[in-house]
Ligand binder design. Structure first.
Ligand code: AHR
Length: 500
């Protein structure tokens, strides 16, 4: 199989917003309790934060983390999670039919964020609550002091404002499963009024309205248009959520989800621009892909709810395999290739709950297969994304009419002179000879490193006892000749090649 990839230093798609390497922590299952927070764990610090999970979060390279939900958000009282922990109420969480002890809340998350080196992305409850609670919560978090709510934060031990910049206006409000689901009309109005008062409290924030929960929602398209028709002028982002599946158990079909993600992004951008055009607006709404991942093996009700209102039960603890890692790598390429519109994205979630990190409560933590493409993308995804011209044979699938075997993106980092190629070979049988031309990027290039994620068994998984079954390996089959590279990509492999 032969393919070709050409870029030119002057043909820049966009600067890359590093917030596309985000993740998500929800009060769901063992993501918070038993995941990031487990007082008494051998690696826990004085605040109960698991040291092993903190270390893996840093290694993952997550830049921004969305909190506290998810469906959980739509029934959450922020007041429950602040102040002395022995006074915090125990509640029934109607999103996941669990008991929420509120021992972990906003201030703990902010402390954890600092230790993890990430930026927070918060959400306000627009299910059971509304604009008033949202502006109060923001005042508690971001106002310097001198008002009752900002003074309350200070009393709670947080003298300085948290200065949280990115806020989601609710979660998946288009979904009938949502606590207090709304129509586009109802939600668009609430989003507008909430955005207005939040901006009056803190004009420096960025706001994301809820888009569709997935591309197959019956209201998809009309939802985005209807919502933005109300709140276009007051919001900066619209969200997209997507979870990939291999229900057909065909890897060739499965690769089609990457093309569908590309379509999803372009369609939502087009809808935003249609609303903008109608208003004759110069403003562009950006996209926040603030929940995405592979999720299908545990996408059944018995994995989402356990009887008896348990505390932090194991929920949707999807075990990822080698082909899932290729999909995650491909999805990251799709985001980079749309870096002019996708400015934030959150791999959902961070730990245990459909997470790249897995833990045993009271025991070890390890990297799932999908950890690796994400960590590589975050490590090498700095700078600006170049426009790629790719030539590759393709195949036809039911999921998508034309799937090129090669799927690639190129990121150039002017700060250190490095250029990185991310490339997926979607052929299951053939290795690919890839010729790359990095035009205008310097004739004296040398190889910095080439890494591949590949496993002969696409169903191979990482476990506590065999945590490195699927892990990055060196690809020694790279030749660099000035601006030109020839790389051999194994069948079904995700590759990261850096030159300088
Ligand atoms: O990430 C799991 C759940 O998926 C989230 O709570 C919800 O927003 C989505 O439906």
């Amino acid at each position: 199989l032969k393919a070709r990839l050409v870029v030119d230093r002057d043909f820049v798609l966009s600067d890359l917003d590093r917030r596309v390497f985000g993740a998500f922590v929800e009060h769901m299952g063992r993501c918070v309790y038993g995941g990031i927070y487990e007082p008494g764990h051998a690696t826990a610090d004085e605040q109960g934060f698991r040291g092993d999970v903190l270390e893996l979060t840093r290694e993952l390279g997550a830049t921004i983390i969305r909190y506290p939900g998810g469906n959980f958000l739509s029934g959450y009282n922020w007041e429950d999670g602040v102040g002395p922990s022995d006074k915090r109420p125990v509640r029934r969480d109607l999103a996941w039919f669990s008991t929420e002890t509120n021992q972990f809340g906003t201030n703990e998350f902010m402390d954890w964020s600092k230790k993890a080196g990430i930026e927070p992305m918060f959400g306000v409850n627009l299910g059971t609550k509304g604009p008033d609670e949202a502006r109060q919560f923001l005042e508690y978090c971001n106002h310097v002091g001198g008002s009752t709510l900002s003074n309350l934060r200070r009393e709670h031990g947080y003298e300085k404002p948290h200065d949280i910049k990115f806020w989601c206006l609710g979660n998946e409000m288009d979904g009938p499963w949502q606590i207090c689901h709304k129509t586009a009309e109802e939600y668009g109005r609430v989003a507008l009024e909430t955005a207005k008062v939040m901006r009056w409290v803190d004009p420096t924030i960025q706001l994301a309205a809820c888009g569709s929960s997935h591309r197959n929602m019956p209201t998809y398209g009309s939802w985005e248009y209807g919502v933005l028709d109300h709140c276009y002028d007051e919001v900066d982002f619209i969200s997209l959520h997507t979870y990939f599946n291999n229900n057909a158990d065909s890897t060739a079909e499965y690769f089609g989800v990457i093309e569908l993600l590309d379509s999803f992004i372009k369609e939502v951008a087009a809808i935003c621009d249609a609303v903008g055009a109608k208003r004759r607006s110069h403003k562009k709404i950006m996209l926040s892909l603030d929940e995405w991942n592979v999720w299908y093996k545990t996408h059944k009700i018995e994995h989402m709810r356990k009887p008896g209102w348990p505390e932090a039960p194991p929920l949707i603890e999807e075990v990822y395999n080698a082909e899932d890692a290729l999909i995650v790598g491909g999805a990251l390429i799709a985001m980079l290739n749309n870096a002019d519109r996708v400015k934030t994205a959150c791999l959902a979630q961070l730990v245990n709950v459909i997470g790249p990190i897995m833990t045993e409560t009271g025991g070890d933590a390890w990297r799932q297969t999908i950890f690796h493409p994400f960590a590589l993308a975050s490590k090498f995804g700095h700078g600006r994304v170049l426009r790629t011209v790719a030539e590759s044979p393709s195949y036809t699938a039911k999921a998508f009419p034309e799937i090129p075997y090669l799927y690639a993106t190129v990121v150039d980092n002017p700060l250190d002179g490095s250029t990185t190629i991310f490339a997926l070979n979607r052929s299951l049988s053939d290795s690919m000879e890839l010729d790359v031309e990095l035009r205008g990027l310097g004739k004296e290039r040398t190889l910095v490193g080439a890494t591949e994620i590949h496993h002969a068994n696409l169903k191979a998984v990482n476990t506590k006892d065999a945590p490195n079954t699927v892990s990055p390996k060196v690809n020694a089959d790279v030749a660099v000749d000035g601006e030109k590279l020839r790389i051999k990509l194994k069948p079904a492999s995700f590759n990261v090649i850096t030159t300088r």
